[in-house]
Design a binder for this molecule. Structure first.
Ligand SMILES: Cc1cc2nc3c(=O)[nH]c(=O)nc-3n(C[C@H](O)[C@H](O)[C@H](O)COP(=O)(O)O)c2cc1C
Length: 202
């Protein structure tokens, strides 16, 4: 099992993939596979509740890296502390981003590993929201989205259409292929600008 920053292949772009607790978490497995196939080093960080929707084992198998979830984890802190993990990432993408996680991020909370990493990192932060259309359109969620966008957080979607809950409207997570394309375009642009992947800059 790879340990981020120690055994990764030299020069791979480094993505911290956050997964929060939405039904669309199953799509994150495909997103992980697409990115790993494209030679992106993917370190998955799940919220505790996200593990109700997809198992860490699935994402560990697909990413080739131990999935992180706990903030207070003595073994993980000894190997790769949360601050090191925050520094390791070239880009943080959270897909799916739940309404709850976006609220916590908008308010600068650091009450679990994923939200703490977002505060401790200088990497760009992208969110792929996924939720019931009423949750998405709620004034509280829209205010949180506006706050995050003012801080240069990039929103990927959401798409509109049929939802798992039986409703129709905005709130579907963007397709994994679309999210992967945006990430690869970002890393490709960074690579072109520096004649190498971000991880090769010293
Ligand atoms: C079956 C089920 C499906 C859910 N789907 C979503 C969802 O798609 N998006 C969302 O924002 N919340 C969804 N929720 C609610 C979140 O799981 C809940 O707000 C949780 O506290 C969010 O935790 P997090 O901050 O770790 O993401 C769902 C809850 C259940 C029980």
């Amino acid at each position: 099992m790879n340990n981020p920053g120690q055994t990764r292949q030299h020069g791979e772009p480094k993505l911290l993939l956050g997964i929060s607790a939405g039904i669309a978490a199953y799509k994150s497995a495909e997103l992980t596979r697409l990115l790993v196939t494209a030679d992106v080093a993917v370190q998955v960080v799940m919220t505790r509740s996200a593990q109700q929707f997809i198992t860490p084992l699935t994402l560990q198998a697909l990413s080739g890296r131990e999935v992180r979830s706990e903030l207070f984890d003595p073994a993980a802190e000894a190997a790769m502390g949360h601050i090191e993990l925050a520094r390791w990432a070239d880009l943080i993408v959270i897909a799916p981003a739940s309404a709850d996680l976006m609220a916590r991020l908008a308010h600068g909370m650091a009450d679990d590993l994923l939200s703490t990493l977002c505060l401790a990192s200088t990497a760009p932060l992208w969110l792929a929201p996924a939720m019931n259309q009423q949750m998405w359109q709620h004034a509280a969620t829209q205010a949180n989205v506006a706050t995050l966008q003012q801080r240069q957080v990039r929103m990927l979607g959401p798409d509109s259409g049929d939802q798992a809950c039986g409703e129709t409207g905005p709130g579907r997570m963007q397709q994994p292929a679309d999210i992967a394309s945006a990430i690869l375009a970002h890393f490709g642009a960074a690579s072109d600008a520096t004649n190498g992947w971000p991880g090769e800059r010293q």
